[in-house]
Ligand binder design. Structure first.
Ligand code: GDP
Ligand code: MG
Length: 291
């Protein structure tokens, strides 16, 4: 984290009807650094999709339950209402639409966005599909009338056009705050990603029945030596009660998860692994060693 500079950190919800290119956009922004957050699919909690840290800015992209996963089915009003009501702690909403195409589903989302307080950036995706560029300006003007958007940003998620401008526009809306996550949390390092996946998988397997809640695994340290990899991972949860379940009686559950995950890692990485697992409650970031 930079020392003398003020940092910005905040959350962004990317919403939009199915097929406008939300996933493509997030992939473009986050690259391989996609998050490994998991939850049971029916959860209405917000989930982190990915974190990006650059210099003094940390963008935390969150999922919009009910909208993001929806790919095939059309959105109905109820779904839209619930999804947008679920957006409580966001700093900015990115509303993705398709250039030149405004339909009733976009309209339903717009109606809901008008009824809430968070600032909205309109992301007009797939501009590459508009061959006649003179059509774009009138469309932008039309969109601009719909509600007071903070900004209208034409992009092509697929071609990577104007993505940096979009990220900068979002960054401007993020509050001055310390980073919530280590700045190297999502590196391109595949092993790191896998390490978190192994832990998550073992957790899900052990906790399946008790786990209607949100959790995420963060690899805080990944130090590869010649013969040994030292890994520190944090399991983030929301409440002390959930933390207690994850740890288990006398720490047994967490120990079992750790042993199983370590076994998989050693198999996969071909080296000895020293695994340090912690459980933290996200709310207060209370920090207690658990194993
Ligand atoms: P989502 O349902 O909103 O997550 O949409 P997806 O990211 O799955 O994209 C839906 C379709 O639109 C896919 O076939 C993408 O390849 C395509 N797509 C996404 N972004 C662009 C873009 O900028 N230009 C073009 N031409 N196609 C895009
Ligand atoms: Mg998608």
């Amino acid at each position: 984290m930079p020392n003398n500079q003020k940092t910005r950190c905040g959350t962004i919800a990317i919403i939009g009807r199915p097929n406008v290119g939300k996933s493509t956009l997030l992939n473009k922004i986050l690259g391989e650094k996609l998050s490994i957050t998991s939850a049971k699919p029916q959860t209405t909690r917000q989930q982190i999709l990915g974190i990006k840290t650059e210099e003094n800015t940390q963008w935390i992209y969150i999922d919009t339950p009910g909208l993001h996963q929806q790919t095939q089915r059309r959105l109905n009003r109820e779904m839209v209402r619930e999804a947008i009501n679920a957006l409580v702690n966001v700093d900015v909403i990115g509303f993705v639409i398709e250039a030149g195409r405004w339909n009733s589903e976009d309209q339903a989302i717009l109606q809901r966005l008008k009824q809430q307080e968070h600032p909205v950036i309109l992301i007009i995706n797939k501009v590459d599909k508009i061959k006649d560029k003179t059509r774009l300006l009138p469309f932008l003007e039309e969109c601009n009338e719909k509600m007071p958007f903070l900004a209208l940003i034409p992009v092509s998620a697929q071609k990577g056009y104007n993505i940096t401008a979009l990220e900068e526009a979002i960054a401007k809306q993020l509050p001055s705050a310390e980073f919530s996550y280590p700045s190297d949390q999502f590196t391109n390092c595949n092993q790191r990603f896998l390490a978190a996946e192994f832990i998550r998988e073992k957790l899900m397997r052990s906790l399946y029945k008790e786990l209607p809640f949100w959790l995420t695994v963060i690899i805080e340290k990944f130090e590869e030596g010649e013969k040994l990899i030292k890994i520190s991972a944090v399991i983030l949860t929301e409440r002390p009660g959930q933390k207690a379940i994850i740890i288990g009686k006398k720490g047994e559950l967490l120990k079992k998860v750790g042993t199983q995950a370590r076994f998989d890692m050693e198999q996969c990485f071909g080296k000895k692994v020293f695994l340090n697992l912690w459980v933290k409650v996200k709310a207060g970031w209370s920090e207690e060693p658990s194993l």
